[in-house]
Ligand binder design. Structure first.
Ligand code: HGY
Ligand code: MN
Ligand code: MN
Length: 411
């Protein structure tokens, strides 16, 4: 029976295009930061679609949304899929949104074929996966998996001092359900690769075996505000010049650990940020990634030491904080094999791959057997408004997801 069940490619594509209208940007991207009014609009739309597909919908204390399709034996723990609909400030139509729309398409397809899985099926929308408005990333799946406690999760603040808890209340998604602590039989997530490998090798499906480790740092360097005119160069305590050395050190450490290490300074704030004042204070963020936890640790330790040396030399003060560590994870063999088998049965070219990006599956793999399905994205570009993917690839990934979920739901 399952051999001829296939998703509806046009319906999946249309749902992605309709969802992408919420927060649409000039260049064809999406700006829908977590817990903004646009996120609320998108949440409301997804909830409506899930209810129209016959699902019961619940929301937990971190605002995670769960849409449930009953199974033959409804007491059994569900097979779950999902991702996120919050985006980067200049994000794309597919990062996260594809995984949620694929979950909805799985439900819609099962309905079309009147196919009842043994276990219930659930689609989840995770709150604040991106870690852009509120750090760290994947905070709500992290609370669900017990990596963070609920108070920590609800108290994360954005640059304006607003907390996740306040914003959930404001948009009406402060659910009453406990966050986590519920048995899940398996978790799958469909996602664009966000890198160049699948496209370069002309592969339709990435069978994701795991995710690399991530460490995030926040660094504040303090010198002394002074006048840009009368202050002689040797007398200056210019925080921005010191940070310039540090940014180059971040890049050098990334390049020094090929081929996997990644090193990024994404945010930088200069104070007082006035053209004729020597900057007395600079804040910046560091994102280090590597599949090996030992190398990742060494990268962070090396950067801290370099920053200390730079501050001594330039008579600056350093505040260097690690704010997040997400260890490398390996996904569950049975789930990875279910994805591999589905891709093979459906005749899609595929290859094993480690995810460079973080995903909610990282935390879900702590509490249930988990795997991911990747599809290519154009030129490997993501976290960019021009992010793009082929409808046929997106449909292929969703068919693999459907088949892997049915296999696990009936196992
Ligand atoms: O940072 C990441 O890898 C993800 O996009 N949150
Ligand atoms: Mn994502
Ligand atoms: Mn992302």
């Amino acid at each position: 029976m399952t051999t001829n069940i296939r998703i509806n490619s046009d319906r999946l594509w249309q749902s992605l295009m309709d969802l992408a209208k919420i927060g649409a940007t000039e260049k064809g991207g999406v700006r829908r930061l977590a817990l903004t009014d646009l996120d609320k609009q998108a949440r409301d739309l997804v909830v409506r679609w899930c209810k129209e597909a016959g699902c019961s919908v619940g929301v937990d204390k971190m605002g995670n949304i769960f849409a449930r399709r009953p199974g033959k034996d409804d007491k059994l723990a569900p097979v779950m899929t999902g991702s996120h609909i919050d985006t980067q400030p200049s994000g794309g139509k597919f990062d996260g949104n594809y995984g949620v729309m694929s979950g909805l398409e799985v439900i819609r397809t099962l309905n079309d074929f009147n196919y009842e899985t043994n276990r219930p099926i659930e689609v989840v929308v995770w709150t604040n996966e991106e870690g852009s408005r509120f750090a760290p990333a994947m905070i709500a799946s992290g609370v669900y998996a017990g990596a963070f406690d609920l108070d920590y999760g609800l108290s994360r603040q954005d640059v304006d001092g607003k907390t996740i808890g306040e914003e959930l209340q404001r948009i009406g998604y402060a659910g009453d359900r406990a966050c986590g602590g519920r048995e899940v039989a398996a978790f799958f997530e469909a996602h664009i690769e966000q890198g160049p490998i699948l496209e370069a090798e002309n592969k339709t499906i990435g069978v994701v075996e795991g995710v690399q480790g991530i460490r995030w740092y926040e660094v504040t360097v303090t010198g002394q505000d002074a006048h840009a005119g009368p202050t002689p160069m040797p007398r200056r305590k210019d925080a921005l010049v010191g940070v310039g050395d540090m940014v180059l050190a971040v890049n050098r450490i990334g390049l020094a650990n090929p081929p996997y290490a990644c090193a990024t300074v994404g945010m930088l704030q200069v104070t007082p940020n006035s053209r004729n004042v020597i900057p007395g204070k600079v804040f910046f963020t560091v994102d280090f990634r590597h599949p090996d936890s030992g190398v990742l640790k060494r990268m962070g330790d090396e950067l801290k030491a370099e920053c200390e040396t730079i501050c001594q030399r330039r008579k600056l003060e350093l505040d260097f904080k690690e704010i997040w560590y997400s260890p490398p994870v390996k996904f569950d063999t049975a789930c990875v094999n279910a994805v591999q088998q589905a891709a093979g049965e459906l005749g899609f070219t595929n290859r094993r791959i480690i995810s460079g990006a973080g995903h909610d599956s990282v935390y879900m793999s702590r509490v249930t057997p988990t795997a991911m399905v990747f599809v290519p994205c154009k030129d490997g570009i993501s976290h960019n408004e021009i992010e793009d993917a082929a409808q046929s690839d997106l449909a292929a990934g969703c068919d693999v997801l459907l088949r892997a979920m049915i296999e696990r739901a009936n196992a």
